[in-house]
Design a protein around this ligand. Structure first.
Ligand SMILES: Cc1cc2nc3c(=O)[nH]c(=O)nc-3n(C[C@H](O)[C@H](O)[C@H](O)COP(=O)(O)O)c2cc1C
Length: 267
């Protein structure tokens, strides 16, 4: 089973990722919190700091881009290629009102014609592999059936599904019946994301979807940092000591970053 650390804006920046990897690890892919593609040529300083290879000591890091305009997405992807990345991830899942009101994140899922046009252009022109992180839709999980047909037309590197709709935010429970429908219909590799907070939660998903070999975990790894290792059959021993050292190291790393003037707290 491959385990990914979900992007959590304001939390899983490079300072956090590096410390987590040192004290726990067991993560096959980390994802940056979303980089907002704008019409400006330059990334914001905090976004640049987060993706600079020199600042990152984790094995595999995928930059995530939030955009609904192909030329802006492509410009950021080119910058990622220059830095040596070979894959980027497109955010089609963010439920925040400020994002959705601009037709981005999960808000883009409501405009299927525009989404299709956007995907056609980025998959034609982007020099990098593109994976997608998605919700099921905006209001109704059934929206996902049309969205799957759109995704299936493109060489999506992998599709990470958080099976809630935008209006759920983080309430209600992930819709496993619609995830099952995606397992049947999707042509690309799938990754399951949502509410895995214990080994038992993981086993429930794995038992129902044995063909899915990738999971992404966010909040569960914050509350139970040894969870990825436990899922992989390496239960963490001496956890009280380890968690104390880890918490100290997180604090120290943020203080050092603050001293360096990087103001990384904002992401
Ligand atoms: C505080 C917070 C920040 C998040 N930031 C991002 C983000 O930048 N990009 C993204 O794709 N998802 C983001 N998410 C969603 C998570 O990546 C993940 O999909 C969600 O938390 C469900 O997974 P979990 O139940 O394992 O936490 C965020 C979620 C939270 C709670």
């Amino acid at each position: 089973m491959q385990v990914y650390f979900a992007p959590l804006e304001s939390i899983t920046g490079y300072v956090f990722r590096n410390v987590y990897e040192t004290y726990y690890g067991g993560i096959d892919r980390y994802f940056t919190p979303f980089i907002t593609a704008t019409d400006s040529r330059r990334l914001r300083n905090k976004e640049m700091r987060d993706i600079l290879p020199d600042n990152n000591s984790v094995g595999c890091l995928i930059p995530q881009i939030m955009s609904n305009r192909a030329e802006e997405f492509l410009r950021v992807a080119d910058q990622m290629a220059e830095l040596g990345y070979d894959t980027v991830n497109l955010n089609l899942g963010c439920p925040a009102r400020t994002v959705v009101s601009k037709g981005k994140g999960s808000g883009f899922l409501a405009r299927t014609v525009a989404l299709d046009r956007f995907l056609r252009e980025i998959y034609e022109k982007c020099p990098l592999k593109i994976s997608i992180k998605t919700r099921l839709g905006v209001d109704d999980p059934e929206e996902f059936l049309e969205i799957i047909d759109i995704y299936n037309q493109y060489p999506v590197e992998e599709l990470i599904i958080h099976p809630r709709v935008q209006k759920d935010y983080y309430k209600n429970t992930p819709n496993l019946d619609m995830f099952a429908e995606a397992v049947k219909r999707c042509r690309m590799p799938l990754c399951y994301n949502g509410d895995i907070c214990s080994v038992e939660d993981y086993e429930r998903i794995h038992t129902r979807f044995p063909e899915v070999s990738r999971i992404m975990i966010g909040r569960g790894l914050l509350t139970h940092p040894g969870l990825a290792l436990a899922i992989k059959g390496e239960p963490v021993t001496g956890d009280i000591t380890r968690i104390g050292k880890y918490a100290d190291a997180v604090c120290r790393a943020y203080c050092e970053a603050y001293d360096r003037g990087s103001r990384c707290f904002s992401r």
